[in-house]
Design a protein around this ligand. Sequence first.
Ligand code: ATP
Ligand code: MG
Length: 501
Amino acid sequence: MSYLLEVKDIVKDFPGVRALDGVSFGVNTGEIHALVGENGAGKSTLMKILSGVYPDGSYGGQVLVDGGEVRFDGIRAAERAGIAIIHQEFALVRQLSVAENILLGGELHSGGVIRREASLAEAEAALKLVGLEINPEIAVGRLGVGYQQLVEIAKALRKNVRVLILDEPTAALSEDESRNLLAIIKGLAARGVACIYISHRLGEVLELAHRITVLRDGRTVSTEEKTAMTEASIVTRMVGRELSGVFPEKESGTGNDLFEVSGWTAEDPASGMRVEDISFKVRRGEVLGIAGLVGSGRTELAMSLFGAWGPGLAGSVRLDGKELGITSPRDAIAAGLGLVSEDRKKFGLVLPSDITTNVTLASLDKVAARGVIDENAEILAAVSYIRDLKIKTPSPEQRAVNLSGGNQQKVVLSKWLMTAPRVLILDEPTRGIDIGAKFEIYGIIDRLARGGMGIIVISSELPEVLGLAHRILVMRSGRVSGELDGKTATQEKIMTLAACA
Ligand SMILES: Nc1ncnc2c1ncn2[C@@H]1O[C@H](COP(=O)(O)OP(=O)(O)OP(=O)(O)O)[C@@H](O)[C@H]1O
Ligand SMILES: [Mg+2]
């Protein structure tokens, strides 16, 4: 019996990089097949071949559907064969409404006129499949990444899929939203849809998948039944050695007050979103965690403090007791703040530029003498971060757009580390980062804190918040709903404060 979808000896080259070097595995009808591997292992590249993004002829090996070889000349051809993909990087059109995005390419017409009522109903039905109750007429760009991801999934479900590929679909989702999505995927599989599921969250993979394929350096390491695997055995296959992931020991004695926010109220001029009456302190050497559900205002708080919303409406922000009066990100950087944004495409990276340019972008003063940029110093800086954060790239001249998702995130992190801020805000710093690299990043956060930096970590992964933070601020509906001591906090305590009252 042939597989519903099978790949055989797939090879894919990019200039200077062999991304795939002989990948083979098959997926059955109704099977959830997980694909795991380190950042840069080749997962997304393989999925782009399957979904027609890299067309016919640009790769070696075979793709088979129902036992017959297929060669897609584009995304439409893959869709006609029943293969749909939810990309790791969002593909929605920010300016269009939710409904327009969902129906894109399949609008309901009658005599050349788009049927608005019917279209909205259709979009609402699709949104229901992912448990989303939002107004389908609002622009997608106004939604947070968590909601955008669900819209993207709703869009794919509307097509007649036989194989649904999900490339890290839960990376941007909260605990609840992830659970909801996993249930949706299980339901689809029970109806015979095959799912290829890519994730760095191994707990999720073990819960969901029937079988697991591990990729390393563009090759298949193994395909096995889930029941034969544990988290440790997956990690060992992924990295080719054993890995003991532990959080760095937290230093208890933190220094004096460094960063103080009091009564901070701000509004996003674009969306009208607000954060209200926020007060907290970060001491020198302290890691403050911020937890909360998607949409609770964590990212918005970070953006507003960083000046992305212009001046605040009320309250004060002080560094070393001095009021900052930040009105733009430029002011924030000059004042000694850094922000690693969750939305790396919008705020973190210049995709067409190379790694060196991206890393040094916010610290040109450090690589320039009398206003002239020293290119050697720039490259040396980039090379040191490539080494420290293990960024997988053929050279510092590689363009950011050509890096894997996780490696892009490491470039964003490098950029802000290089500015050596007094206070560093990290918004979902390990989103899309593989498990080995995660612990490298935790180590870096710990080193920075020990060096006296004040660090704010926003994360939806509660073990990460609990493992890193000395104190945890929980947000709900744009306000602080409580504060917990890092030593005594638990997932339950955080969830209670985070859940809607
Ligand atoms: N368009 C491109 N040009 C050049 N190199 C590329 C391109 N796309 C991917 N690569 C390289 O191919 C390799 C595999 O990348 P891929 O995006 O498939 O990794 P991944 O397994 O999805 O990683 P992650 O977990 O970080 O998302 C990486 O070394 C990456 O830099
Ligand atoms: Mg990827």
